[in-house]
Design a protein around this ligand. Sequence first.
Ligand code: AMP
Length: 379
Amino acid sequence: MSAPILPGAVLGVLGGGQLGRMFALAARRLGYRVTVFAPEDDTPAGQIADEEVRAPYDDLGAVERFAASVEVVTFEFENVPADTAAAAARHAPVRPAGALLHTTQDRLREKRALRGLGLPVADFAPLERPADLDAARREVPGAGVLKTASWGYDGKGQRRVEGPDALAAAWDELGRARAVLEAFVPFEREVSVVGARGLDGSVALYEPFENAHANHVLDVTSWPARVPPRTRDAALAVARAVLEGLDVVGVLCVELFVLPDGELLVNELAPRPHNSGHLTIDACATSQFEQQVRAVCGLPLGAVEPLTPGAAMANLLGDLWEAAEPDWPAALALPGVRLHLYGKAEPRPGRKMGHLTVTGAGAEEAAGRARAARAALRG
Ligand code: AMP
């Protein structure tokens, strides 16, 4: 196994968003230097980094120079083109590897990989050419959700399909792009497991998070998830199987649907820290971002035990700025409220601008206080 990359070294991040920002904060606290590569400047991550390289991801010369100047390359933006990851890999280890990105960038490849690992996913059928329509109608005869195979997130590139007769029109609306039709899942709740795997194969898993969405975007995470012990154990086992089966070095999130009988279906993977894991910054000995630093540097993974019986996270979207600048003092006056803002200048509706974390006696209590703190921001 290669020697660990020690504090003082320069870590490279592809992508300039908030996930890179919180990675850079964790890395700098540990004494690393950070270079961020992103197509924009003054990015949330670049503001915290020691250095910010501004170039498009397909400027492979710039990617190679960037990778040659760092000890390891990781990413916070998972849609980095495969060529970009390959160019970086010529000069520094890329962790997690480009092969994982390749799998998770495409919903069809991802679902096939999950099935290949023997993990449960909703019934699905590919839509790659018009001749696939008939087979898809047979495979998913009831209500479904049609999703573009790539570039979909937060409900973008998705259409609810009420039945087989509505499929062709829904696919038209998505421009007949390569897509996957999934059976509609009547889930009871949505949970996620964030885990890390080190260079030595060790695995550390946070307790499952419970996620409530609004308009397809994560709204509030409460922790630990309200699931029976066997569902919790099964969720952790799925995450371990993914981390090991896909040979991940780094942090990965598994999003899961919990069915009314407690059984699980995997919805999707994120090969990086996840919005639902942000509360680990305030509620765990090791945050998901420090865990990413440790994993990609080949260091021992940190302790994931909760420091508090419950915690919650409420996202702050740009909509909050609609009427006026949020009333920060009002929220910060509430006990136990912690504010994380991402340094984004322009609060567009739907844009993730920051989040609030609350720790407390239990998940529901913390979630109630996180929602109240967010409401206080509106004055
Ligand atoms: P995704 O982008 O795949 O994470 O989907 C965004 C959200 O849409 C999920 O978190 C669910 O709330 C909902 N959703 C996605 N797929 C399905 C499905 N097959 N059945 C029911 N709801 C779904």
